[in-house]
Design a protein around this ligand. Structure first.
Ligand code: UD1
Length: 370
């Protein structure tokens, strides 16, 4: 069985790495029938620190095929992936294509594949923020509508799919593949020297990431957030590895001077292991990344999500996550609560246990999941 695994952006790599490892384990448990994995990178993310460093940290083998699509408008990026992938699919004739998450490469991969009548598996299916202004929400809705296997991380996700009329036969609750990567790499991350390199101590800093268009593409929203950060940084230093989109916009809006503050460390994006170590030891994480919400819940670190909605409802209901949007006062008030020792404790959702990828491979090879 030939399975294509499609990646394109930073949050895809840690979702596919454990699936490839699970395929390896499956293959070595058999003498005959085996899976041939083919890793395709669309090139949606291409900077060393947005892509290659993750291959190194996660010990992912180099992609078998690189589509080199790069940046562009949504339509350009999606169309380029579809056109370049279609050619590859016709040549490779895979039995199945696996797409992960909710980025433009995910949707483009799913469309190009189903149109050639090749089955698609969507890993991390069923997440809904119910906010159609988010490009990711459109990508998720459409990818789920046309996929043959829908591998979900939670019962909430199953329910979302059922509400859209998707038949139970296609839905498999497997858990969270991103957490497979986190648990697998936690010990290795412990050994990273990033804290001493940045002069930080355990629990002595807040960690921030910011890249959503709704927060960083309009000057007004970005300024509201930066004012909150300046206030919070009077009580605790903030480490801010900035996404290229955010860095460019800060420069475009002439906001660099707001970061000339020794309490906010404006640094380059970090690799997987460095970032994991920083998360594990932070007093508080502030983010608008969909990946960091579940990761902080599993690590038991309080997280403020600078969005009004989330696809990861269980991280709010059960975990350590609080939605704060981007209003200055709300961000500051919730951050101060955490600094005053009143952060959420939370618990870990069921099946976020490091075995989601094994369940995926088991089901793809005819099993019923573990
Ligand atoms: C994409 C995903 C988003 C995900 C995020 C993780 C979509 C619609 N969005 O957003 O869901 O959370 O990745 O990072 O797919 N750029 C670089 N170097 C790179 C990549 C991008 O400089 O390696 C710059 C380019 O100027 C580009 C901009 O960042 O125009 C945005 O990149 P893009 O891939 O369009 O979206 P992200 O904001 O990264």
């Amino acid at each position: 069985m030939k399975i294509i695994l499609l990646v394109g952006t930073r949050p895809n790599f840690m979702k596919v790495a454990p699936i490839i490892r699970a395929i390896g384990r499956y293959n070595s448990s058999l003498s005959s029938k085996s899976i041939e994995p083919v890793l395709i990178h669309t090139g949606q993310h291409y900077d060393y620190k947005m892509s290659q460093i993750f291959f190194e940290d996660l010990k992912l083998s180099e992609p078998d095929i690189y589509l080199g699509v790069g940046s562009g408008t949504h339509a350009e990026q999606t169309a380029k992936v579809m056109m370049r992938l279609e050619r590859v699919l016709i040549k490779e004739k895979p039995d199945l294509v696996t797409v992960v998450g909710d980025v433009n490469s995910t949707l483009a991969g799913a469309i190009a594949t189903v149109k050639l009548h090749i089955p698609v598996a969507h890993v991390e299916a069923g997440l809904r923020s119910y906010d159609r202004n988010m490009p990711e929400e459109i990508n998720r809705l459409l990818t789920d509508a046309i996929s043959d296997y829908l591998f979900t991380p939670s019962p909430d996700a199953d329910e979302n799919l059922r509400k859209e009329g998707i038949t139970d036969k296609k839905i498999s609750l497997v858990g969270n593949v991103m957490i497979d990567s986190l648990l697998y790499n936690k010990q290795k991350a412990e050994q990273s020297q990033v804290l001493s390199q940045l002069g930080l101590r355990q629990g002595g800093y807040a960690l921030l990431t910011l890249h959503r268009p709704s927060n960083v593409d309009e000057k007004e929203s970005l300024v509201k957030i930066i004012i909150a950060l300046k206030e919070i940084s009077q009580r605790i230093p903030i480490i801010f590895p900035a996404h290229p989109r955010t860095r460019k916009n800060i420069e475009k809006f002439g906001l660099q001077s707001l970061f000339e503050d020794k309490h906010i460390y404006f640094i380059e994006p970090l690799g997987y292991l460095y970032f994991l170590k920083l998360m594990m030891n932070a007093r508080l994480v502030m983010t608008d990344s969909g990946g960091i919400e579940p990761e902080t819940t599993v690590l038991g670190i309080p997280c403020l999500t600078l969005l009004d909605t989330t696809g990861w409802k269980e991280t709010v209901d059960q975990g350590t996550n609080t939605l704060v949007g981007n209003a200055t006062e709300k961000i500051v008030a919730e951050a101060f609560k955490i600094l005053d020792g009143k952060g959420k404790k939370g618990s870990i959702p069921k099946l976020w246990d490091g075995k989601a990828s094994e369940r995926v491979v088991d089901i793809l090879t005819g099993g019923k999941g573990l």
